[in-house]
Design a protein around this ligand. Structure first.
Ligand code: UFG
Length: 329
């Protein structure tokens, strides 16, 4: 099957590309504007088409020549804080860009679409763990843009039969076991790579944003799910679409939450570095706890996680950073 991976040079996309290109029966092309992604993250033997989802001509070129049967869509701006200060940047790329992409999908009769969605859909959740059909009221423009695409995908199914799976990632983290690819954002925005900047000599200490939350140690609890497990959920989703020809959506987490303090402690154990931490004020918009109910993905997709131990997860991120002290170039 021919699969096009939009945003396949980015963090999560490149892990999917690596996994799916190892399997028989798939021909993979990556479509990426390289604004945030890295050409070095695309495996040798996989074609990288440089282009932008907002550009109809770029899309037409790749759809006309490659004729994908399935599209994985990872191409999005992802920083919550930036989405609040520059919302139109987020609507332009994440919503308008996806409209342009879906128009190409419709023109070329692409059958299947797998979308990178987010736990940010749920805003401050009604209950923990969060189930797929719980209330979705995002608290920031980033989450709004992802919800808009989920709504659009439902309409595309109703109107022209596009079958899609929306995967709501909780806290994606870790790196491929080889250490060859991993999380390399500029600027770094997520807790595990930020914490690992201390033993890497790139920052002196970590700031913990608030220790007066309603959690056992007072710091926020999040659901850290390994990026290779996310990649396998994408492959399972495509298999599901091919088998059942039915759209669906799934929450993807690890089944267990860890506090910010627990993440810092895990990183201390993995790296052997003291990693000084200082408590600062809360970061606006952070809910106390976000943990996914991931049973639906296990039962319906047959998804099995390889990584459940937080130290093992942090270890993979640490291996990557040790192999790439200056990031992926
Ligand atoms: N944190 C710190 N110090 C830091 C960075 C983060 O204490 O230097 C804390 C945050 O306040 C939060 C936790 O670590 O409590 C995790 O923060 P991240 O920024 O790593 O991740 P978030 O949970 O805020 O965001 C993640 C995804 C988003 C997604 C969101 C869904 O990265 O893309 O979950 O709610 F939108």
């Amino acid at each position: 099957m021919k699969v096009l991976v939009c945003g396949g040079a980015g963090y999560i996309g490149s892990h999917l590309v690596r996994e799916i290109s190892k399997l028989p029966g798939y021909e993979v092309v990556v479509f990426d504007n390289l604004a945030k992604g890295h050409a070095a993250a695309v495996p040798a033997g996989v074609k990288l088409e440089r282009g932008d989802i907002r550009n109809k001509d770029d899309l037409e070129r790749v759809f006309a020549s490659f004729k994908p049967e399935a599209v994985f869509h990872f191409a999005a701006w992802i920083e919550v804080g930036e989405s609040c200060s520059d919302p139109l940047k987020y609507y332009e790329n994440n919503v308008c860009g996806t409209v342009t992409l879906l128009q190409a999908v419709q023109r070329h009769g692409t059958k299947y679409f797998i979308f990178s969605s987010t736990a940010a859909l749920f805003g401050t959740p009604d209950r923990i763990p969060i189930h797929e059909f719980d209330t979705t009221v995002p608290k920031n423009p980033y989450g709004d843009t992802k919800l808009a695409v989920e709504v659009m995908l439902k309409a595309c199914d109703d109107a022209f039969g596009l079958k899609s799976v929306c995967l709501r990632y909780f806290n994606a983290c870790g790196a491929d076991a080889s250490g060859e690819i991993g999380e390399d954002h500029e600027p770094e925005s997520h807790i595990i790579p930020i914490v690992l900047q201390v033993p890497r000599g790139k920052r002196e200490k970590v700031f913990i944003f608030g220790n007066d939350y309603n959690t056992p140690d007072g710091t926020c609890i999040r659901d850290y799910v390994h990026v290779t497990d996310l990649a396998s959920a994408h492959i399972k989703s495509l298999e599901y679409l091919v088998k059942h020809n039915k759209s669906d959506k799934f929450n993807l987490g690890s089944g267990k939450g860890f506090s910010v303090k627990e993440i810092v402690e895990a990183a201390r154990r993995v790296t052997g570095h003291p990693i000084p931490a200082e408590v600062k004020d809360r970061r606006p918009g952070d809910p106390d706890t976000l943990v996914a109910a991931s049973q639906r993905a296990e039962e319906i997709l047959g998804w099995k996680r390889q990584y459940t131990d937080i130290e093992a997860i942090v270890q993979t991120a640490w291996n990557f950073h040790q192999k790439h002290p200056n990031g992926l170039h």
